[in-house]
Design a protein around this ligand. Structure first.
Ligand code: SD4
Length: 317
């Protein structure tokens, strides 16, 4: 039985769910709903990990990744390493609607955004300055460089290659709640599907690092003939497996959303048993599911749902 329309998003970001739902109710398209929902999180700086002022990189700057996908036309717009523009999902949509491209990155993406009328402003906040200065005081630990260490004679950097042991296991700090992207799937009454993501990525990342969120099939995927999916978690690992694409293709082949999500997660687990991550999926009839990798410190994954049975966002896990 169908419970369309449906809005589903990662984490307990219920204002985002409500914003997407109200966009649909007021006659907006599924793309409008995804954009409005993710943009709400960008403005509210959901959990510090969406929008400006979060996850400063090694140079202290906040950069944003976002994507949006139209499951009817298979068009995608995405931005990665976007600087100085708060509304990353809006820029992603502009890439989709005003260019023939799929993904724009870095300074050039920011310049494109400015040309399209988005306001350039500093994404730094007191909070991001504090996170950054604490990290400098801690001798740049944790960091995400492999077999490369800061010069100990300087408190931090420049980095030098060293072929001895790796200092810390990535899982030890990737498991802390240092990253919570919004990923959203929206279906309307007629089964049109759109999906999108927005994030400020990973705290203390190497400048230039792009996560899974703006990568098609990794951060999200939508196909109105099969369904939609969106992933969250350790993007460096997850993007190697295109979990959102896999989940949608499994649903196309007849899997129910829960088992599609579980399979997408277990495919990653085979190689990275300790990875931190989760995925949400919905098929074209409005049935949905979710799965996460149960590792210490991350045994429960919460997500939000609004559908014809409940137009107040419901917290699920
Ligand atoms: C990233 N996947 O940049 C994002 C972060 C995230 O839950 O989703 N955290 O790796």
């Amino acid at each position: 039985q169908s419970s369309l329309p449906l809005v589903i998003n990662t984490w307990p970001f219920k204002n985002a769910t409500a914003a997407a739902w109200s966009a649909l109710q007021s006659g907006g398209s599924v793309l409008d709903a995804v954009e409005k929902g993710c943009a709400r999180c960008e403005m509210e700086q959901c959990d510090g990990s969406v929008g400006y002022g979060g996850s400063p990189d090694e140079s202290g700057e906040t950069t944003l990744d976002a994507m949006i996908m139209n499951g009817d036309t298979m068009e995608v717009g995405a931005v990665a390493d976007l600087r100085r523009i708060k509304n990353a999902i809006g820029v992603a949509r502009a890439v989709m609607e005003h260019t023939d491209h799929t993904l724009l990155v870095g300074e050039s993406a920011s310049l494109f955004a400015e040309n399209m009328g988005f306001i350039a402003e500093d994404l730094t906040t007191n909070k991001s300055v504090n996170i950054f200065s604490q990290w400098l005081k801690g001798n740049c630990q944790p960091n995400y460089r492999k077999n490369v260490f800061p010069d100990p004679s300087i408190s931090c950097g420049p980095y030098k290659p060293r072929v001895t042991l790796r200092q810390k296991k990535r899982a030890q700090y990737a498991n802390t709640r240092s990253h919570d992207t919004i990923g959203m799937i929206v279906l309307d009454q007629d089964g049109h599907v759109a999906a999108g993501t927005s994030t400020n990525g990973l705290t203390h990342k190497v400048p230039g690092r792009v996560g899974d969120s703006p990568i098609v099939g990794a951060g999200a995927y939508a196909d109105s003939s099969a369904g939609g999916a969106s992933a969250t978690g350790d993007g460096d690992v997850m993007m190697r497996f295109l979990p959102s694409y896999l989940a949608v293709e499994l649903m196309r082949a007849g899997a129910d959303p829960s088992s599609a999500c579980k399979t997408a997660i277990s495919r990653i687990k085979r190689h990275y048993s300790e990875f931190f991550g989760a995925i949400i999926c919905a098929n074209t009839t409005g049935h949905y599911g979710a799965a996460c990798n149960k590792v210490p410190g991350f045994s429960q994954f919460h997500f939000m749902v609004s559908n014809s049975e409940s137009d107040t966002p419901l917290l699920k896990s």
